[in-house]
Design a protein around this ligand. Structure first.
Ligand SMILES: [Zn+2]
Length: 244
């Protein structure tokens, strides 16, 4: 008599195989939380449940006027602005951002982006976002770090919000001059001309979510938004992963 089929279809069998493979891999190379270093459970990805729960979330996206939107008042016309969480110097959450930027751990950005995107979907102000655009990284830096960290965050957000991710319209002009030798005004003028728009028409009348990793003075986001606002009928909102 032939043995009874345990798996009703190929899908559940392949799920079983993948699960077995995960157990096998985890036995020899246990995955750890990128924030606290503890071992991850099977259902956890990149960051453990406890670290996610304790993440110092701002919930600024549920209030129209907040410390992030205040940064841009009188500087550039923004619909809404928010940051997912805030961090203290030396905290595990600052280390998380550091790992995302310099340690080639793109998954941190994608995973936190997904969580961020899910919470943005609960806010009335962000529900009509059409397109997600990351702040472009200087090509030299991108080559060094192998990816643009803001693009990874944007990727996770776009996935969660079911929006388009556009990375080839807002671009960074290549400058050879160093910023450090300039005075404040020269630096400001320089930052103003850092970005350019390619193929304007594709973003006509869209509500854009401009994404960055960390917001401090807002100068980079301001000049990106200024450029984007040259497009017809466009609306710009801002989402940063963290507030420094
Ligand atoms: Zn953890």
């Amino acid at each position: 008599m032939p043995p009874k089929t345990r798996y009703k279809n190929w899908n559940s069998f392949s799920f079983f195989l993948r699960s077995l493979w995960w157990d096998f891999l985890n036995l020899f190379f246990p995955l750890t939380c990128a924030a606290c270093g503890n071992y991850l459970f099977k259902n956890e990805k990149v960051i453990c449940t406890s670290c996610l729960f304790q993440l110092p979330k701002t919930n600024f996206h549920f209030q129209k006027d907040n410390p992030i939107s205040d940064i841009f008042i009188g500087r550039v016309k923004i619909e809404n602005a928010t940051a997912y969480f805030t961090f203290n110097k030396g905290s595990r959450y600052q280390k998380l951002i550091h790992k995302l930027k310099y340690n080639r751990q793109a998954e941190i950005g994608i995973e936190l982006g997904r969580h961020f995107g899910n919470t943005l979907m609960n806010s009335q102000e962000y529900r009509d976002i059409d397109t997600i655009i990351p702040v472009p990284l200087h090509p030299k830096k991108k080559k060094m770090r192998t990816y643009n960290q803001s693009e990874m965050i944007a990727k996770g957000i776009a996935e969660a919000m079911n929006s388009d991710l556009v990375v080839d319209v807002l671009i960074r002009n290549v400058h050879s001059e160093s910023q450090t030798k300039k005075n404040k005004i020269e630096r400001w003028l320089n930052v103003k001309n850092v970005f350019a728009i390619k193929t304007k028409d594709v973003l006509n009348n869209k509500h854009i979510l401009l994404v960055d990793d960390v917001v401090t003075t807002g100068a980079t986001l301001e000049s990106c938004a200024q450029k984007l606002l040259e497009i017809d009928g466009i609306k710009v909102s801002i989402a940063c992963l963290a507030q420094a």
